[in-house]
Design a protein around this ligand. Structure first.
Ligand code: PRE
Length: 290
């Protein structure tokens, strides 16, 4: 097995920034899609994989959540939050006439985060989705003959030699994305470079179909123990209409008594409970520059 860190690439994605902050100079390996990152860690081509899970403006990255639910073998072992600043960039050759760019490429989340800029300043341009912001920037750099631009971060502009012609075009300032580190076993991953901000545990819960008020009882199992939830969300089971998994994050790590007892109480109602990970979380904003 390789000790490399797989991530949603190519170089210059926000996921790449997350990897650099968490792992610094460890060997990393870009993959083109989120499912490819899952496969890479599942089949042992890399030791860990880093994928985006949630954004302040756009919410959950459904592809990541669905693969996490489906993959019975991978666990979340760490989390890092990264500020997301989007810039509009073009090839040097097109820098003088950037306002007439005909097509703008980016990841669907990034396009959605820049709705104001796209619908006001660049109303005339066609928006085309790409597998990542970094891949969009790379594509633009390889096609100077086309009048096109990309929405990506500063690192992508540097990596692919593009000129940023409009900075900070995301709709709201407080734009952050949460990335998770996946691994084959559940041993929490401690960063050597960042201070721990706190701990989380993520559950996947399937409710019994014939039990009125089951969700209410699940929530009360957490609430009477004063366990703080930081997220709750439902995803279709993809088996029949109306059947959902509930994904719940709590602000605490797995222990010997409180969390196992909560799980027992929830299982007693007839729910199926799976722990998707119990892990520390970090912020790239805590990095010490050296
Ligand atoms: O395209 C990238 O740069 C990514 O890392 C993916 C991704 C996402 O999936 O949301 C990550 C952060 C930003 O929110 C935009 C795109």
């Amino acid at each position: 097995m390789s000790d490399a860190i797989g991530y949603l690439g190519p170089k210059g994605t926000f996921t790449n920034i997350a990897v650099d902050a968490l792992f610094k100079n460890e060997h990393s390996m870009p993959y083109q899609t989120i499912p490819a990152c899952f496969d890479a860690v599942k089949f042992g081509h890399v030791k860990y994989a880093v994928v985006p899970l949630e954004n302040t403006l756009e919410g959950t990255v459904n592809l990541t959540l669905d693969y996490l639910i489906a993959s019975k073998t991978l666990k979340i072992v760490s989390e890092i939050i990264v500020p997301v600043k989007q810039h509009f960039m073009v090839h040097e050759k097109n820098a003088d006439r950037w306002e007439q760019v005909e097509t703008i490429y980016s990841h669907p989340h990034a396009l959605a985060q820049c709705h104001h800029f796209l619908s006001q300043t660049m109303r005339h341009a066609k928006n085309v989705t790409y597998s990542s912001t970094g891949a969009a920037a790379q594509f633009v750099s390889e096609h100077p003959e086309h009048h096109i631009g990309a929405i990506a971060n500063e690192q992508a502009a540097e990596t692919y030699g593009l000129r940023i012609v409009r900075s900070n075009i995301h709709d709201l300032d407080n734009n952050h994305t949460r990335f998770v580190v996946l691994h084959k076993n559940d041993t929490a991953l401690r960063s050597l470079h960042l201070p721990i901000r706190g701990f989380k545990t993520t559950f996947m819960i399937a409710l019994p179909t014939d039990h009125a008020g089951a969700l209410h009882q699940v929530l009360s199992a957490f609430s009477w123990r004063r366990i703080n939830l930081s997220k709750i969300e439902s995803r279709p089971m993809k088996t029949a209409l109306g059947q959902y998994y509930f994904l719940i994050d709590i602000e605490q790590k797995m222990d010997d008594i409180l969390v196992p007892n909560t799980i027992q109480e929830i299982e007693a109602i007839g729910c199926q409970v799976e722990v998707l990970g119990s892990y520390p979380y970090y912020s790239s904003e805590d990095q010490q520059m050296d």
